[in-house]
Ligand binder design. Structure first.
Ligand code: F6R
Ligand code: MG
Ligand code: MG
Length: 371
């Protein structure tokens, strides 16, 4: 059976700063989808990660379905009214346009979706990150799909010998979706050369070269490109099919033990380690650290099982301690050097203003003569 798995997430307001949505707002999203999904969706789950609410759903309408996207948009709109009523901070923050226009891409909410031919058993992972941006998934995806040091299946499972195709988007280009398909392993160094630049090049999808099937769908939204100014970080979601011809669940999870440094953290303007957290986790230290959660599901004829919380295991307790140490270590350096993002990536305009104010006080002196 052909099924589409769609994840749509938005920050529509939170309690006590940019920390987590209120119970009433979550209920409002859930109730709206519950009441309006008949004839549109087969199944759905609502969750939150930090201040972002995700609607994960299944249906047979294909990707970019107007009906599905409108349902999510309307649910977020309805819940925004509750957020306003409660005086939540940043109510409706990610709903950047007033009117729905066909699909939610380009309107603010992040989308990750793929249409699949369901396997007899179809396990998949749903990742949601907060206080970071889509480039946060570049390294874990590279390691899980292209590096046998992390993905032993590339050596041990013949159906993975041909490797995977990475579809990478240039998210700095705003005229159109600028994408390139590169094949691992032949194009490995080209893939690495692009993915190292996490602010510009982002993995949008990955395909099996053995079967042609899509394995990964990740959100690539850059809110700043839509709004033209800072409106919050882009907090990416991602769907990854696992097992069989694809990497095993544990191979996809493994790279997250690194707690690699990503863009985001306080004011979307710093560098911090990505901490794998349990589902429905909140935000704390320095508006962070950047977090990622992972819900594991099976889907059958579009019906979703209950989620298993993939980072809720004693192993990840140890990892979280290690990542907390990395977070403290880089924070000791405050705003200096690589602790704060480069000028072009700062999400607040304060430093631009400062330079404008200082401009008239600069003087041009002749080059000092060398002796
Ligand atoms: C980062 C984030 C927060 C805010 C910070 C200031 O993505 O959401 O770190 O940038 O709390 O928020 P405002 O400017 O809304 O007071
Ligand atoms: Mg967020
Ligand atoms: Mg936010």
């Amino acid at each position: 059976m052909k099924v589409t798995i769609t994840g749509i997430k938005a920050d529509i307001g939170s309690v006590g700063g940019h920390i987590k949505p209120s119970t009433r707002v979550l209920e409002a999203v859930k109730n709206y989808v519950e009441q309006h999904h008949k004839g549109v969706l087969i199944d759905f789950r609502i969750s939150y990660t930090g201040d972002d609410i995700s609607i994960l759903c299944t249906h047979t309408q294909g990707i970019c379905s107007e009906k599905v996207h409108k349902l999510a948009w309307d649910a977020f709109k309805a819940a925004t009214e509750v957020a306003k009523d409660q005086g939540l901070y940043g109510a409706g923050q990610d709903l950047l346009k007033d009117a729905f226009a066909g699909n939610v891409r380009g309107l603010g909410p992040a989308v990750a979706e793929m249409e699949i031919e369901e396997r007899p058993s179809e396990p998949f992972l749903f990742f949601a990150a907060d206080k970071t941006d889509p480039g946060a998934y570049n390294l874990p995806l590279y390691l899980a799909f292209a590096d046998p040091m992390y993905c032993s299946g590339l050596l041990l499972s013949p159906s993975m010998f041909k490797g995977f195709t990475f579809r990478i988007m240039d998210v700095a280009y705003t005229e159109a979706d600028r994408i390139i398909d590169l094949n691992a392993p032949e194009d490995l160094y080209d893939i690495a050369a692009l993915l190292r630049d996490t602010e510009r090049f982002v993995v949008e999808a990955i395909f099996s070269r053995e079967t042609g099937e899509q394995v990964v769908a990740a959100s690539t939204t850059r809110l700043r490109n839509i709004a033209g100014k800072y409106t919050g970080k882009d907090d990416p979601i991602m769907i990854v099919r696992v097992q069989g011809n694809f990497p095993a669940t544990g191979e996809v999870l493994a790279p997250f033990h690194l707690g690699h440094y990503v863009a985001g953290f306080m004011r979307g303007s710093h560098v911090g380690p990505l901490m794998p957290v349990t589902q429905n986790s909140t935000i704390s230290f320095f508006d962070g650290p950047p977090i990622v959660s992972c819900a594991a599901y099976c889907v059958h004829e579009g019906r979703l099982t209950s989620p298993v919380d993939a980072f809720d295991h004693p192993f990840w307790e140890y990892v979280r301690h290690e990542v907390a140490k990395k977070a403290i270590e880089i924070r000791r350096q405050g705003f200096f050097g690589s602790a704060m993002l480069p000028y072009s990536e700062l999400e607040y305009g304060g430093l631009v203003k400062k330079l404008e104010i200082l401009e008239p006080r600069f003087v041009n002196r002749a080059h000092t003569q060398e002796v």
